[in-house]
Design a protein around this ligand. Structure first.
Ligand code: GDP
Length: 297
């Protein structure tokens, strides 16, 4: 992840740092290269434009060029702007401040890593925050989806709602709410059905479930390898349900970074978690400043 972007930016900044004094034209030349590097990383064009404009303005407009270490200062400005683009200097926490069971509804397309992320986040809440968690799969479309969650529950030691064949998603959601209340569960994770494409039936089903379960968090799971498509998917979902955050999966793969860098600006939704592998503890809270550091190497 970010490897080629990181290399490209590293090359640009080594050149800048290597020079003692900087002229306005040097900054503009460097920003032209930054622009190309971001576009090659599949970052959305409006995000690239805004990024480059803001960095140029700050670098040229202030006393940066007259300072003793102008190259370093420009890199600092880029670093700050990367953090801003990735979501700002705060770590987005899950909002669990409601009377239990607090419901987290997981949504997304099939294959995005939704079921895996449901189990990973459940495990995280159980192990790191000592929460009593229950998971329920509302996916009645994909054969064995409910079984898959049950197996992951056994692996992670998180309870799952017993499967009753033939129930509809809204019936399962109602049953899950009752069971969670009865068993004094702190957090109920609902893994909703995915489809291959965004479609109205998927959206309607999600809304019906949300009406029953009133989720405190609705997390959209998207695959970072799909680049700008991931951002388009997020925009479609954000227009239909009240998303509270994004889980970006396959950050361990060779995604170029476009999804991570465009997501916040395009959708207005924070990335809350990054999936970093297939194992159950391969998930990280998404810290914009750490990710910016990784990009700048
Ligand atoms: P769903 O259809 O959205 O529920 O997708 P699944 O959770 O079944 O995941 C599909 C595949 O992607 C599985 O083989 C997962 O192990 C894999 N997967 C999910 N998240 C990640 C991740 O962050 N990194 C990697 N490398 N694989 C992942």
């Amino acid at each position: 992840m970010f490897d080629s972007l990181s290399d490209r930016l590293g090359g640009v900044f080594d050149k800048l740092r290597g020079r003692g004094a900087l002229k306005e034209q040097d900054v503009r030349d460097a920003m032209r290269e930054v622009r190309i590097a971001l576009l090659e990383a599949d970052v959305a064009l409006p995000v690239v434009r805004r990024f480059v404009d803001r960095v140029t303005e700050k670098a040229i407009g202030q006393s940066v060029l007259r300072s003793v270490t102008p190259g370093q200062q420009v890199v600092k400005i880029v670093n700050d702007e990367l953090i801003e683009t990735l979501g700002g200097d705060v770590t987005p926490e899950l909002d669990l401040a409601a009377s239990p069971p607090v419901v987290i509804m997981m949504v997304g397309l099939q294959g995005s890593g939704k079921t895996t992320s449901t189990a990973k986040i459940s495990k995280l809440l159980k192990d790191k925050q000592g929460k009593k968690v229950m998971m329920a799969s509302l996916d009645v479309n994909r054969p064995a989806a409910q079984e898959q969650l049950k197996v992951l529950g056994e692996q992670t030691g998180v309870a799952t709602l017993p499967i009753i064949a033939g129930q509809q998603p809204t019936e399962i959601a109602t049953r899950a709410m009752q069971a969670a209340k009865l068993q004094a569960v702190d957090v109920l994770m609902l893994d909703t059905a995915g489809r291959l494409h965004v479609d109205q039936q998927l959206m309607d089903e999600m809304k019906a479930v949300a009406a029953i379960a009133t989720p405190r968090e609705t997390l959209l799971v998207v695959d970072s390898l799909t680049g700008q498509d991931a951002v388009n998917v997020a925009q479609s979902f954000a227009g239909e349900v009240d998303l509270t955050g994004v889980v970006l999966t396959r950050m361990d793969g060779d995604a170029r970074g476009g999804a991570a860098l465009s997501m916040r600006a395009v959708t207005g939704k924070p990335i809350k978690f990054a999936g970093t592998g297939e194992k159950m503890d391969a998930i990280e809270v998404f810290h914009p400043s750490r990710v910016a550091n990784r990009i700048l190497g």
